[in-house]
Design a protein around this ligand. Structure first.
Ligand SMILES: Cc1ncc(COP(=O)(O)O)c(C=O)c1O
Length: 310
């Protein structure tokens, strides 16, 4: 596909569309010619969707807050104020004309001299890419395995960055074993998270249980799921919601297990380390939570849905 450089205002330079498998990519960046590959990039991604005549970015502000918090932890000063970054991201989606897909963005220390210290990088840079997703969603039950790779230390696990080699290797380990994802345990042996998703369980007592967030990434999706799940407590499907330490035995004995994240939304785990979870089928709570999230994307409050002017 041809590449066209287009000035879109607000420091956005579209590099045109590129085609990659089933997905179309639309890229913008705040430097026209970054001479070097971005170093110390911080990554983030989220989903947006098209609904009726309006299109929305889902949980833009929640993801942006985590992005900026991660930037502070990584000691990168963003090139723009929050509001400008927000506008750039919305404009990028709008310029892409993409109606269904995801937006990923990165913050880099900027073009520099390939040294370890970023002191030779003059100006941080923001990169954004819109990925059109044409594949139909797959919500079938999946298998997971316990990761043999160690989780990142808490200081790095709570931060969204592109230091994702352990995450990539852990995903590859799962695929090599015919599973969808590997589940990390923390350094004390408690259930932690997947390589790009959180985990949650429904206990025998019908409590929704998810690991504490002090040693893992604080997932925007799981946080929203926890809020939406209150309605399942009200209707009696759940007896309560608990954020707590989870042992591997407790997890494997759960009635339901699910992976939760902006990529998978809510997906049932039916087997963990070749041990069946619950009755080996997608559970009713996982199904209900996914429906709640999908409804929230279509008709949730303004705090989670930001309109994109196309
Ligand atoms: C390590 C890790 N945990 C959890 C998540 C889920 O976070 P979110 O719901 O914000 O996508 C992600 C997302 O990429 C992740 O990388």
């Amino acid at each position: 596909m041809p590449h066209q450089i287009q000035h879109m205002g607000s420091g956005i330079f579209s590099l045109g569309l590129s085609k990659c498998g089933q997905n179309r990519h639309f890229i913008s960046r705040t430097h026209i010619k970054p001479r070097l590959l971005p170093r110390r990039i911080r990554e983030f991604h989220m989903k947006f969707l098209f609904f009726l005549a309006q299109r929305y970015l889902y949980e833009l502000d929640q993801h942006l807050d985590r992005f900026l918090k991660s930037a502070t932890m990584a000691k990168i000063k963003p090139p723009f104020e929050r509001e400008t970054i927000r506008k750039i991201l919305i404009q990028t989606v709008s310029a892409s004309k993409c109606r269904k897909g995801s937006l990923r963005y990165w913050l880099s220390a900027g073009p520099g001299d390939f040294q370890l210290s970023p002191s030779g990088c003059h100006q941080s840079a923001l990169y954004a890419i819109v990925i059109q997703n044409q594949s139909p969603p797959d919500y079938s039950g999946i298998k997971v395995v316990t990761s043999s790779l160690p989780i990142k230390p808490p200081q790095f696990a709570v931060m969204k960055s592109v230091n994702y080699l352990p995450n990539a290797l852990s995903k590859m380990e799962a695929e090599e074993k015919g599973a969808y994802a590997s589940i990390w345990l923390d350094f004390d042996g408690f259930v932690a998270e997947g390589p790009n998703m959180n985990v949650a369980f429904v206990t025998k007592e019908k409590e929704l249980l998810t690991p504490e967030f002090d040693k893992i990434l604080s997932g925007c999706t799981v946080k929203r799921v926890l809020a939406l799940a209150e309605s399942l407590v009200v209707n009696g499907m759940l007896t309560g919601i608990r954020v707590d330490k989870v042992t591997i035995e407790e997890g494997k004995a759960a009635e339901e297990m699910m992976l939760i994240g902006s990529g998978v939304l809510v997906r049932s785990v039916v087997e963990w380390d070749e041990q069946q979870i619950g009755d080996g089928k997608e559970g009713p709570v996982a199904q209900a939570l996914r429906n709640l999230i999908l409804d929230d994307m279509k008709s949730g409050p303004a705090s989670v849905r930001v309109p994109v002017p196309y």
